[in-house]
Design a protein around this ligand. Sequence first.
Ligand SMILES: O=C(CO)[C@H](O)[C@H](O)COP(=O)(O)O
Length: 220
Amino acid sequence: MDALIAPSILAADYVNLEREIRRVASADWLHVDVMDNHFVPNLTIGPPVVEKVVQVSPIPVDAHLMIDDPERWAPGYAEAGCASVTFHAEASRDPRALARQLRDMGARAGLAVRPGTDIDPYLELLGDLDMVLLMTVEPGFGGQSFQDSVLPKVRRVRDAVSAAGLDVWVQVDGGVSERTIERAADAGANVFVAGTAVYGAEDAAERVTLLRSLAQGHLH
Ligand SMILES: O=C(CO)[C@H](O)[C@H](O)COP(=O)(O)O
């Protein structure tokens, strides 16, 4: 298994988005945070802008939908060309049906939970998922501190994935940096979202390489 680094454009300069996307072209995925000012108290971008991001991005786009009513809106992100679409368990009426719909549309399906949400009720959905996203900060804003209290949950998902013999990715998002990424990899994560750590670096490509090599040494 490879460690995959997904820079979050939440920490990028939105006025120069194309240039900012090219700064992280050596990463594995481009993480795009969609916020609706309802599910979280912040507002970012929606389908028309995400579609343009997909068009200019040299790497596949990983959409993280922090929105209410994902049943209504998530398919639009698969249609816009996102290679991966992750929606929140707390906001979904029928996560299994939505995951299946996204997969039928050709996207990878991801299920996300907030730091305080129990993952156990959702482990039975693993067979319909390509990724589980365990938020390591309260969703809504970049630049927060990594919550170590989420690590047992990361381990729990990794153990359940291994026990079921599935190839479901385990993603962590929030406060991931050169100081925290090894702990997340040790716990079983293999996809690492990093906003501030990558975009705050003078050389974003060098930071991506550093994060990848730190995580790779601790992968399961
Ligand atoms: O989903 C998010 C916030 O809801 C961001 O992707 C996340 O916080 C990344 O930012 P940083 O690496 O700066 O913590």
